[in-house]
Design a binder for this molecule. Structure first.
Ligand SMILES: [Zn+2]
Ligand SMILES: [Zn+2]
Length: 142
């Protein structure tokens, strides 16, 4: 999203830009409880207007999916990939941080990066271990 007004820029910074400035700050990955409650209530309300009783099925799935996404993002900054097949997701997000923030948007899946042509060529990109370290919460030697 390209923001033109100052307010829109501030909004995007609050939602996402701050994480680029402080990738190692754990406090900035999940929204705090009170804004979360307000936002999710609003989303629930809008869904209820659109789909009535089906919201009681749809909304928990929506929230769960978003939490999984948030948890994946946390994991990518906290730990090494638990499985080899997940390594690509880790690299994709790390490259998004230190190489080019206009590529590699996918966190829990790279499907939309493939669809929109924003995928890094992971075979060509080599891993910058020092830069990756700067993105991780705790510096640890392997
Ligand atoms: Zn990140
Ligand atoms: Zn970003």
């Amino acid at each position: 999203m390209i923001a033109n007004s100052g307010r829109a820029k501030k909004f995007i910074y609050t939602l996402h830009g701050n994480h680029h400035h402080y990738p190692r700050d754990k406090q900035r990955l999940f929204m705090p409880p009170v804004p979360s409650l307000i936002l999710s209530s609003a989303i629930f309300g809008l869904m209820y207007l659109a789909m009535r009783q089906y919201t009681f099925m749809f909304f928990p799935g929506f929230l769960f999916g978003y939490l999984m996404y948030g948890t994946m993002h946390y994991a990518i900054h906290a730990w090494n990939p638990p499985f080899k097949w997940m390594k690509g997701l880790w690299r994709n997000h790390h490259l998004h941080h230190y190489k080019n923030e206009h590529n590699g948007y996918g966190v829990s899946s790279t499907i939309w990066d493939h669809a929109f042509g924003t995928m890094f060529d992971l075979k060509k990109e080599k891993e910058d271990k020092e830069k990756v370290k700067e993105l991780m919460f705790e510096k640890k030697e392997k």
